[in-house]
Design a protein around this ligand. Structure first.
Ligand SMILES: [Zn+2]
Length: 451
C-alpha cells in the first residue's frame, strides 16, 4: 500500500500549495463574515475595533484583528456576562456542549453543531489514516470521554475509517482488554502508556507481544527520548498528535517529520512573544489559530485569532514524503512549562530528556517532578525527584550526573548560571508512586516554580 492510498481526501491533503492557500483565504473571508453575522461577541468586537469583516481577506489581514485568549471567552460567558457571546448558532442547532478543563477559573464553554463534529472527526480521521490506522484496527481510547471533545471525537473519527473502538476512557483498564480483545493500537499519554507497560510486565505479558502495532500519544508535549523509550518498550511506532477542544487536531504521519496541520479546516499562525508579528518559518512562536469554515457551512462557536498558549515552529510548507502538502509543525510545547532562571530559561522537556537517558531507565520508571525554589541572594535551586523501580538500591550518583549533564550540555545559558553559582540542582529518589504528583488529580504539572 502506498502512502498515498492512506489519505482520507487526497484532493485536499495533497493539494498544491497555491491552491491550498487560495482555499484557506476563501474560507478566512467566509468564516470572518459568518462570525460577524452569527455571534454577538464578534459583532461588537469588530465594531469596537473599527474593523469591517469584509476587509479581512487574507492571512496577513488577520494581523489586523486583535488576539483572543481563554480570558476573552470567559469574559463573554456566564457568570461574567449574561449571554454566551461566542455562541454562533441558535442553541437548538447545537448538538453538544463542552467545557475545557481550565486550570484556573470557570471552564470555557464550547458549543458544537453536528457540522462542527463532522469537521473535528474528519481532522482526527485524517491523522489516524496518516498513521496507518484503518479498517480492521481495534483502537483503545484512553483519552477521557468527559466534557472535553477528545474521546468522543476519536470515536466518531473511527466510524469514518471503519475501525473498532474500545472506549476505556482511561489507561488503568483491566489487562483483559489487551488479552481478550487484542487491540492493535492505543491512544493515550506517554506516562499512562509507560505505566501500562509496567502493569503488563508485572503480569508476565510482554508489551512487545501484546498485539499492539502502534501507539498514538497526545495530551501533552514530551521529550523525543521518552518517545524512543516507549517505542522500545512496546516494539512499535509511537505517533504524536495535538488535539484540543478549541479545534486543533494535528497529527504526525508515518514519516514522523512534524505534525500535519489540516490547513483547509484550521488556520495556524505563529506569533512572537509579544503577540505582534508572525515569526519566520523555523522559529518558535505562539500558536494562534482560526477556524476555517467551508463556504456555506455553519458552526456553534467560531474562534478567530485564538491564542492557544502553546508554542511550536514550522518544520516545512513543502510536500512531505507521505505525499501530503499540509504544513508540518514541531510537536507543540506549553508556554507555562518554561521557567526563567537569571538569563537562562529552562523547559520541562529538557528535564524529561535527562530522565529518559537510556542508562537511567534501567533503574528509573520515567516518572519525575521538579520544583524550583529561591535561595535568596544565592539564586535558585531545582529539586528534581525521580522514582527508582527498586528504591533505594539505585545508582543515585550516575543518574544525577546524567540528568545534570543533559541539562547543562544543551543549554548554554543555564550552564552559565550554574557555573556562576546562581543555580544548582539537587536530586531526590523515591520508590514507585512516591512523588508528590500522584496525589494531584488530573494532569500533573511536572515543573513547578515555587519561588
Ligand atoms: Zn507526512
Amino acid at each position: 500500500m502506498t502512502a498515498h492510498s492512506r489519505m482520507r481526501s487526497p484532493e485536499i491533503e495533497a493539494m498544491d500549495r497555491g491552491d491550498l492557500d487560495a482555499l484557506s483565504e476563501e474560507r478566512i473571508r467566509y468564516t470572518v463574515q459568518y462570525a460577524e453575522e452569527h455571534s454577538t461577541f464578534y459583532r461588537h468586537w469588530f465594531a469596537s475595533h473599527g474593523i469591517r469583516a469584509a476587509d479581512i481577506k487574507t492571512h496577513e489581514d488577520l494581523l489586523e484583528l486583535p488576539i483572543l485568549s481563554g480570558r476573552t471567552i470567559r469574559a463573554h460567558q456566564p457568570p461574567e456576562s449574561r449571554e454566551f457571546g461566542f455562541l454562533s448558532a441558535p442553541l437548538e442547532e447545537v448538538f453538544t456542549i463542552h467545557e475545557t478543563s481550565g486550570t484556573t477559573g470557570v471552564p470555557k464553554a464550547f458549543f458544537l453543531t453536528w457540522e462542527d463534529w463532522a469537521r473535528y472527526a474528519e481532522k482526527y480521521a485524517r491523522a489516524f489514516a496518516s498513521q496507518g490506522l484503518g479498517h480492521g484496527d481495534r483502537l483503545v481510547v484512553c483519552t477521557s470521554y468527559g466534557m472535553n471533545v477528545g474521546g468522543n471525537t476519536m470515536t466518531v473519527a473511527a466510524r469514518r475509517l471503519r475501525m473498532t473502538i474500545i472506549p476505556t476512557g482511561k489507561c488503568t483498564f483491566p489487562l483483559r482488554v489487551i488479552t481478550s480483545y487484542r487491540p492493535t493500537a492505543i491512544v493515550g499519554s506517554v506516562f499512562k502508556l509507560l505505566r501500562l507497560a509496567d502493569r503488563l510486565e508485572v503480569e508476565g505479558i510482554d508489551p512487545r507481544k501484546s498485539g499492539l502495532e502502534r501507539l498514538i500519544v497526545g495530551g501533552e508535549s514530551f521529550a523525543e527520548e521518552a518517545r524512543e523509550h516507549l517505542a522500545e518498550r512496546y516494539g512499535c511506532p509511537v505517533y504524536n498528535t495535538y488535539g484540543s477542544t478549541e479545534g486543533t487536531m494535528c497529527g504526525e504521519c508515518q514519516v514522523q517529520d512534524g505534525l500535519h496541520v489540516p490547513e483547509d479546516l484550521v488556520h495556524l499562525d505563529l506569533y512572537d512573544p509579544g503577540l505582534q508579528e508572525f515569526v519566520p518559518d523555523g522559529k518558535t512562536g505562539r500558536i494562534v489559530l482560526s477556524h476555517l469554515l467551508p463556504v456555506g457551512e455553519r458552526s456553534g462557536m467560531v474562534l478567530l485569532n485564538y491564542d492557544s498558549e502553546d508554542t511550536s515552529a514550522i518544520v516545512s510548507r513543502t510536500r512531505c514524503a507521505c505525499g501530503r502538502t499540509h504544513l508540518r509543525i514541531r510537536p507543540p510545547g506549553r508556554e507555562s512549562d518554561t521557567v526563567q532562571i537569571g538569563q537562562a530559561s529552562l523547559d520541562r522537556i529538557e528535564i524529561e530528556r535527562g530522565v529518559f537517558q537510556p542508562d537511567n531507565l534501567v533503574e528509573l520508571n520515567g516518572e519525575y517532578e521538579a520544583f524550583l525554589y529561591s535561595e535568596g541572594d544565592r539564586g535558585a535551586v531545582l529539586r528534581i525527584g525521580v522514582e527508582c523501580r527498586n528504591s533505594p538500591a539505585c545508582d543515585r550518583e550516575g543518574i544525577s550526573e546524567r540528568i545534570l549533564h543533559t541539562l547543562l550540555s544543551k543549554n548554554r545559558a543555564l550552564a552559565a548560571v550554574h557555573a556562576g553559582g546562581e543555580f544548582r540542582v539537587v536530586f531526590s529518589f523515591t520508590q514507585p508512586g512516591g512523588l508528590e504528583l500522584h496525589a494531584i488529580k488530573g494532569r500533573p504539572k511536572r515543573l513547578v516554580d515555587r519561588r
